[in-house]
Design a protein around this ligand. Structure first.
Ligand SMILES: Cc1cc2nc3c(=O)[nH]c(=O)nc-3n(C[C@H](O)[C@H](O)[C@H](O)COP(=O)(O)OP(=O)(O)OC[C@H]3O[C@@H](n4cnc5c(N)ncnc54)[C@H](O)[C@@H]3O)c2cc1C
Length: 453
């Protein structure tokens, strides 16, 4: 073992939160190391947001080709080909490019990158590949990992991780789950021509999203050919030749070429040795922290997916910046979890910020609801039977806009701007006095005049 290196901060995990914390802390003059066991950039860059969105673009391109017909372009159907291997290879090349950018960003910031899996030997010492490193502060930013339910044949079921590297596309696929990752993958596969079934044990998918959005998505996904089975669970999966026989809770059986579970993620703390150091965990298995990301051991902090806050890259980034200021800056600022905007990159996209109608009513608000459903202008000529939904939830007493929800093209792009208005406390009257941008779908948000409820 060579001589032990000392740092001000060791970050375990070079994902969204860890990299941001490491870079910002090094910029403040701290001596920082980051330990990474798999891939620089973490889940988001390698098996999350980025490759997912590239696949969504890929799936959507097929629709764009069809839609071009109404605009005068002709491409005979028998000449349209899709090459999965090319999409995956191009995606991989882009991810490698991003891995390189992350390495350079860290190196240029003066951060030491340590490759390997970290274990905590004591409250100030990290061991990687038999080498010991010590630091005044250690941050656990190890993220989360997919959970596949314990059913017979579990080993045949893929998680989102493997979906990004499938050697070939199956003819049919079953997606198990009702959260955003399940819905997004159903959209990707259906868009790429795979006969897709999404099955979910609850009444309706996308729990936590506005009820109108959830119901609207049922219609839109059905139009795209996704077979939706609610109140249904998987009992077992069996590999028979090149196929999988999926036994469902209603006694029926599906035969398919692929089964993917998007049924939840757990905190990734394997092998860290947190418990033996007395780091407290929550009942859900996350690292327990206070609002300053402090664990029960004074020198150890934690952030990102591993602490059980909303599992989103911008949340981990925000936490990294707040923690860096606390450890090496003026200590000012706290992470604000109110009105976190988010998008689901299903087809069409969902964008959402603030309270849903159900949450607003439960919180005791008397609300006015503004809602508009329409066919996006593009589809007047494309002929595609796709509709958009926009909805505002307004507090009747104060006139404040409590929530904005949208299903339609570019919903994520549109919602980001609305999020600023909602965070700033904009009223419906201010939305109304804002001049629209014409002709766009987004202008609907400033032209909805009559409440529907
Ligand atoms: C399919 C999918 C799609 C997603 N899409 C979106 C999206 O569209 N928008 C969005 O905002 N969020 C999205 N997310 C969520 C987002 O990726 C995560 O919230 C984010 O990556 C969390 O960042 P993190 O820093 O907490 O952890 P991670 O990014 O997961 O990074 C943790 C890192 O720690 C490393 N590590 C773990 N244990 C050790 C150890 N013992 N030693 C050394 N290194 C270790 C891991 O290898 C990993 O690189 C998606 C996630 C998935 C799975």
């Amino acid at each position: 073992m060579s001589e032990q290196q000392n740092f001000d901060l060791i970050v375990i995990g070079a994902g969204s939160g860890g990299v941001r914390l490491a870079r910002m802390s090094a910029a403040k003059g701290a001596r920082v190391a980051v330990v990474e066991s798999r891939y620089l950039g973490g889940t988001c860059v390698n098996v999350g947001c980025v490759p997912k969105k590239l696949f969504v673009y890929g799936a959507h391109a097929g629709e764009d080709i069809e839609d071009a017909e109404g605009y005068g372009w002709s491409l005979p159907k028998d000449q349209v080909r899709f090459d999965w291997a090319r999409l995956v290879a191009n995606k991989n090349a882009e991810i490698e490019r991003l891995n390189g950018i992350y390495a350079r960003m860290l190196e240029n910031a003066g951060v030491t990158i340590i490759e390997g899996s970290a274990t905590l030997a004591d409250a100030n010492t990290v061991v990687v590949e038999n080498q010991r490193y010590s630091a005044k502060h250690i941050t656990v930013a190890t993220g989360s990992w997919p959970v596949i339910p314990d059913v017979p044949g579990k080993e045949c079921i893929l998680s989102s991780n493997e979906m990004f590297y499938l050697p070939q596309l199956p003819r049919q696929a079953v997606i198990w789950g009702g959260g955003y990752i399940a819905v997004e993958f159903a959209g990707i596969l259906a868009g790429l021509g795979v006969e897709t079934t999404l099955l979910y044990r609850g009444d309706l998918f996308l729990r936590g999203f506005d009820g109108d959005v959830r119901r609207f998505m049922v219609d839109e996904m059905k139009k795209k050919g996704v077979n939706l089975l609610f109140n249904t669970n998987i009992e077992s999966v069996e590999n028979v030749d090149t196929h999988y026989h999926v036994r469902l809770s209603d006694g029926t059986r599906l035969v398919t070429g692929l089964v993917m579970a998007a049924t939840g993620r757990r905190a990734l703390v394997d092998g860290l040795g947190l418990e033996s150091l007395g780091v407290e965990m929550t009942d859900s298995g996350h690292v327990s922290v206070d609002r300053h990301f402090q664990t029960s051991v004074p020198s150890i902090t934690a952030l990102g997916d591993v602490i059980g806050t909303p599992q989103l890259t911008p949340v981990a980034l925000g936490q990294g910046m707040v923690l860096s200021r606390r450890l090496f800056g003026d200590g000012q600022g706290e992470m604000d979890y109110n009105s976190i905007p988010t998008a689901v990159f299903c087809q069409p996209n969902i964008g959402t910020v603030g309270l849903t109608e159900e949450e607003a009513r439960e919180a005791g608000h008397k609300v006015r609801i503004y809602r508009s459903e329409f066919r996006p202008m593009k589809h007047t000529l494309s002929g595609r039977d796709e509709r958009a939904l926009m909805k505002l939830v307004v507090d009747d007493e104060s006139d404040r806009v409590l929530g904005a929800h949208m299903v339609g093209p570019d919903a994520g792009e549109i919602t980001q701007g609305l999020a600023i208005a909602i965070k700033a406390g904009a009223t419906k009257a201010q939305f109304d006095s804002t001049v629209g941008i014409h002709p766009t779908s987004a202008e609907e948000f400033v032209t909805m005049r009559e409440p529907v409820a």
